[in-house]
Design a binder for this molecule. Structure first.
Ligand SMILES: *Cc1c(COP(=O)(O)O)cnc(C)c1O
Length: 370
């Protein structure tokens, strides 16, 4: 028997979730955000599964973008941080990639480059996240330089929200304030009139129709495509109509009985206060399961909910079987996915699904269904 830990990727769930994004976007077009190896789901697998429905793919990695082209994908590809040095620009031209320009240095590099053909670009404006993007005093100069350049085909104005997932009761202006900043920036120059725009990530797409725009505009859903809620404290993925794409599953490889006072695992962080039956799951932080998931983090054994106990090891996780007398070596375990929302596990571990997905280790075998 091989080690039972595996990740199963449900491609029909992925396409279903894309359909939910499409429904919310109405007229606007969609970049399927597949950066970071499609949030751990596999870049080419995800791209091929969405090729028939998406309008384009958004990534961070130039090698990933080239891999998409070499795999025959023809859609527009957006590079969310653009290029890191101007010697990447010939690849942008050769592979028809759309860079996001977030700094004056990038704008200058592209207008001074000598490219074989025109490139479409995104110009990123800072609307308050204060991470990447041009400020008011840089925007007009950047736009003028791009519009005067013979290297540029289309210009799309872009911004990214810091708080699209916020609890609106606590932060009522989470979207209104950056939207107003964006509109003010656009008004700074007549030359921005009529340019298409791209603002919404998953959270904005699901909750703020005023961020989406019309048929010339683009939204950029990521996490929702993978079946996780962008604001799990407020709405579950299920309530949003999203289905889990990745199921991280395994099996028990051992069970034992322990008594009051016995401890479990490294650091003896868990002590039994009564007779208990415990089991060991093949899987640990060496596979991407979060080491900081505490005792009490939910897990399914034989389809029934129980909890992990003690410290997560590199290769093993201990689970409480006291109320599951039939569980035995070989019993199936779900760490997250079908039947147990990744958002619940992430919340118990003090993180977000994005981090859990991205952490899936190279040693985890991947199976596709759907
Ligand atoms: C990652 C990313 C997205 C997708 O965000 P989700 O929260 O996963 O929907 C959209 N836009 C930019 C600029 C990003 O970096």
């Amino acid at each position: 028997m091989t080690r039972p830990l595996r990740a199963t990727i449900d491609l029909s769930a992925l396409r279903h979730n894309f359909g939910v994004a499409r429904h919310h976007a109405s007229e606007a077009r969609l970049w399927a955000v597949i950066k970071a190896n499609a949030y751990g789901h596999g870049l080419l697998r995800t791209a091929h599964a969405l090729a028939g429905c998406t309008d384009g793919f958004a990534v961070i990695e130039l090698d990933g973008a080239i891999a998409l082209r070499e795999a025959g994908l023809q859609q527009p590809i957006l590079l969310l941080e653009g290029f890191y040095s101007d010697d990447e620009l010939p690849d942008f031209a050769e592979y028809r990639l759309t860079p996001v320009l977030h700094s004056l240095e990038q704008v200058q590099a592209i207008v001074e480059a000598c490219l074989p053909g025109k490139l479409p670009v995104y110009l990123k404006l800072n609307t308050g996240m204060n991470r990447l993007g041009l400020n008011a005093n840089e925007f007009r100069a950047a736009l003028t330089a791009l519009q005067d350049s013979s290297q540029i085909s289309t210009i799309t104005l872009m911004a990214h929200f810091a708080n699209a997932d916020a609890d609106i009761a606590v932060m009522p202006d989470a979207i209104a304030t950056p939207l107003e900043t964006f509109a003010t920036l656009r008004r700074k120059t007549i030359h921005s009139a009529g340019l298409p725009q791209s603002l919404a990530n998953s959270a904005a797409l699901l909750r703020f129709p005023e961020t989406i725009g019309n048929e010339t505009d683009w939204a950029r859903p990521g996490i929702m495509l993978y079946g996780s809620s962008p604001f799990p404290e407020q709405q579950t993925a299920e309530a949003l109509g999203l289905c889990p794409v990745m199921t991280l599953s395994s099996a028990l490889i051992a069970v034992r009985d322990i008594g009051p006072g016995d401890t479990v695992g490294y650091g003896a962080t868990f002590t039994a206060d009564a007779p208990m039956r415990i089991g060991f799951v093949a899987g640990g932080y060496g596979d991407g399961y979060p080491r900081h998931a505490p005792t009490g983090t939910p897990v399914l054994v034989e389809g029934r909910r129980t909890r992990i106990i003690g410290r997560v090891s590199m290769d093993k996780i201990c689970v409480d079987l006291t109320h599951l007398p039939d569980a035995a070596p070989g019993s199936p375990v779900v760490l997250w996915g079908e039947g147990l929302s990744v958002d619940e596990v992430a919340s118990a571990a003090g993180t977000i699904s994005y981090e859990l997905f991205c952490a899936i280790a190279a040693r985890v075998p991947i199976y596709e269904v759907g």
